[in-house]
Design a protein around this ligand. Structure first.
Ligand code: C5P
Length: 229
């Protein structure tokens, strides 16, 4: 297969850059290999829906990762704002009230519930007042979020196999905290390689810095696609 033909929607690249111009330049460099891009807080606060629309106009899919967590009315009204924009996936925190409010207003967007942030380890979790195990909390948040209307969950690759077993084949599982073997962890704690995450049952791997900070981002994306096979 020629290198330019390797493209795969399982890879979502996090466009964690400060401006629309930087995001679109990166998306254009990655376009031979990447179809799916994540817009997060930094980029959205600067560039808003315009950058999402520009990515869609280039034929890409967009995951809007604003991780809403507020009272139900506020979450419903915020999610309603996605109407008219072609947002494939949007995130909220995995609390049943929040998920239910988002699901009511979601239109064609799939709602993913964030279980426990991949930057948190057991110690940080205890500090926030949770006494139980991290895996139990992830499972509880996933099960209750799906019951409340989520289309899928965001979890670390370390809990993916457990969730896939518990949730079955249908819910979307997207995993950040992806680190190829030669990458640094940065602020991520619960990490695994692209291959391990996909083998554990992830539908999507979300990768930021290992691609965006690489000397050759397109080559880094291609290597990840080759790794997941
Ligand atoms: O650079 P890195 O690969 O760590 O980027 C991971 C991306 O996934 C970031 O944009 C981060 O906001 C997002 N994310 C995460 N953990 C979650 C949900 C989203 O790291 N639980």
């Amino acid at each position: 297969m020629p290198q330019s033909a390797i493209r795969d929607e399982r890879l979502i690249v996090a466009l964690d850059v400060p401006t629309a111009a930087a995001a679109l330049e990166l998306a254009d460099r990655l376009a031979p290999h990447v179809d799916f891009f994540k817009v997060g807080l930094q980029l959205f606060l600067e560039a808003g829906f315009a950058v999402c629309d520009a990515l869609c106009a280039r034929g890409h899919k967009v995951m809007l990762d604003l991780k809403f967590h507020d009272i139900p009315q506020t979450v419903s009204l915020a999610v309603s704002q996605l109407a008219g924009h072609d947002i494939a996936l949007a995130t909220v925190h995995g609390y049943p009230q929040v998920v239910e409010a988002a699901a009511k207003a979601k239109g064609n967007t799939k709602i993913l519930a964030v279980t426990v942030l991949t930057s948190l380890g057991s110690d940080e979790l205890q500090q926030t007042g949770f006494a139980g195990s991290l895996a139990d909390l992830v499972r509880l948040r996933a099960v209750t979020s799906l019951a409340a209307g989520a289309d899928g969950v965001v979890c670390s690759p370390l809990e993916t196999a457990l969730l896939r077993k518990n949730l079955g084949a249908k819910p979307v599982i997207a995993t950040p905290g992806i680190r190829p073997l030669d990458s640094v962890r940065d602020d991520q704690t619960r990490t695994a390689t692209p291959k391990a995450a996909v083998a554990a049952g992830a539908d999507h791997i979300i990768v930021g810095r290992p691609i965006t900070k690489a000397p050759d981002p397109a080559a880094a994306a291609r290597d990840i696609l080759l790794e997941i096979g």
